[in-house]
Design a protein. Structure first.
Length: 117
């Protein structure tokens, strides 16, 4: 069974930090390195948007550059999103996505991040 399980969300004050994790399991991830991993987010009333992705390199949305860092541990089949200097506008459900050539994309169920004082 294919699973992507996100964790690490919660309530944080503006300027604070959180680290999200997304653990992959299932036979499809036997060669985890073949997958491009990404974080998306969806705020209330807005479309889901790409936050960051990682394969052989990394890419970031302009709104998070310099504040967020995506990384992966291939041995643990886990991707991380370190979020610093959080702003209220970062409040959203954050989703993990895995994609590679020849398969449909896989999504996690999301973890809620709330930035509020």
């Amino acid at each position: 069974q294919v699973q992507l399980v996100e964790s690490g969300g919660g309530l944080v004050q503006p300027g604070g930090s959180l680290r999200l994790s997304c653990a992959a399991s299932g036979s499809i991830f036997t060669i985890y390195t073949m997958f491009t991993m990404a974080w998306y987010r969806q705020a209330p009333g807005k479309q889901r948007e790409l936050v960051a992705s990682i394969s052989s390199d990394t890419n970031y949305a302009d709104s998070v550059k310099g504040r967020f860092t995506i990384s992966r541990d291939n041995a643990k089949k886990t991707v991380y999103l370190q979020m610093n200097s959080l702003k209220p506008e970062d409040t959203a459900v954050y989703y993990c996505k895995a994609v590679r050539i020849g398969t449909v994309p896989y999504w996690g169920k999301g973890t809620l991040v709330t930035v509020s004082s």
